[in-house]
Write a protein that binds this ligand. Structure first.
Ligand code: URA
Length: 252
């Protein structure tokens, strides 16, 4: 409370120290806004340089290590655009091995080969021969399915030669581990990868080739068969040829 001059004089005379309320603090001037630092213009992170996978190292891997190596692979630019790698599916000791081209959209999303429309046709053809991609059961009635590429090329474009070359050790090792009685190579990229041939499918089908000593039958890719009814009958003949080979006891 503010004292009158008269009261103050009286109180001082009585030896009372007068308490004065502190002067109201000057309101601090509003802070001068410092301009926010301009957002740093960041260059896009450079894509990590591809790390080639040494084929000699892949050649020693067992199934779990091989799966892990594929999942972490950064050997080509496809690792930048994939959702996930698509390793392979089926019985690890299947009598049949089916080799396709590369994952499409559904395969990239689900992580399993041939799950889209062409996969349904493939499964139906296999079923007609009492074969399935199940991981257990009788190896005589099982197939192992893998692709030449483990990652989806953007917009399903054709695999590039360097992508095929960098991915090849994985497929080679899968074939070594399954040791199938017959390989069914579906479509031109599987044929190019396994037979090193650029002959048209029509010229290569109908006979038994060999890949590292394993009998190999060439046929049309299921995606092509979906568009070409007449070649479905030929593909069926190819599967019957492969079945006759798969039933032959291998000579050691
Ligand atoms: N086509 C292929 O060759 N492989 C797949 O996994 C799917 C479609």
């Amino acid at each position: 409370m503010p004292w009158t001059e008269r009261q103050a004089t009286l109180l001082r005379a009585m030896g009372v120290r007068l308490w004065q309320p502190p002067a109201a603090a000057e309101p601090a001037p509003p802070p001068v806004p410092t301009p926010a630092p301009a957002p740093a213009v960041r260059a896009p992170a450079p894509a990590a340089a591809p790390v080639p996978v040494p084929a000699s190292a892949v050649a020693r891997l067992d199934w779990p290590a091989l799966r892990e190596a594929v999942a972490g692979c950064r050997a080509c630019g496809l690792c930048e655009t994939r959702t996930q790698t698509v390793f392979g599916v089926g019985h690890a000791q299947a009598r049949w091995m089916v080799v396709g081209e590369a994952p499409g959209e559904q395969e990239d999303l689900q992580g399993e080969p041939f799950v889209g429309a062409s996969g349904q046709l493939l499964d139906a053809m296999l079923r007609a021969l009492q074969l399935s991609r199940a991981e257990d059961g009788d190896p005589a009635q099982r197939v192992y399915i893998a692709n030449t590429l483990k990652c989806r090329p953007p917009r399903n474009r054709n695999p590039a030669p360097d992508e095929l070359a960098r991915c090849e050790p994985f497929l080679v090792r899968q074939i070594e581990l399954v040791r199938p009685r017959v390989i069914l190579a579906m479509g031109r990229f599987a044929v190019q990868a396994l037979l090193r041939s650029s002959e048209p499918i029509g010229k290569l089908r109908g006979r038994v080739h060999r890949y590292q000593g394993v009998p190999l039958v060439v046929t049309y890719h299921p995606a092509y068969l979906l568009r070409s009814l007449p070649d479905k009958a030929r593909a069926w003949d190819d599967l019957c040829l492969a079945a006759s080979v798969a039933d032959v006891e291998p000579t050691q």
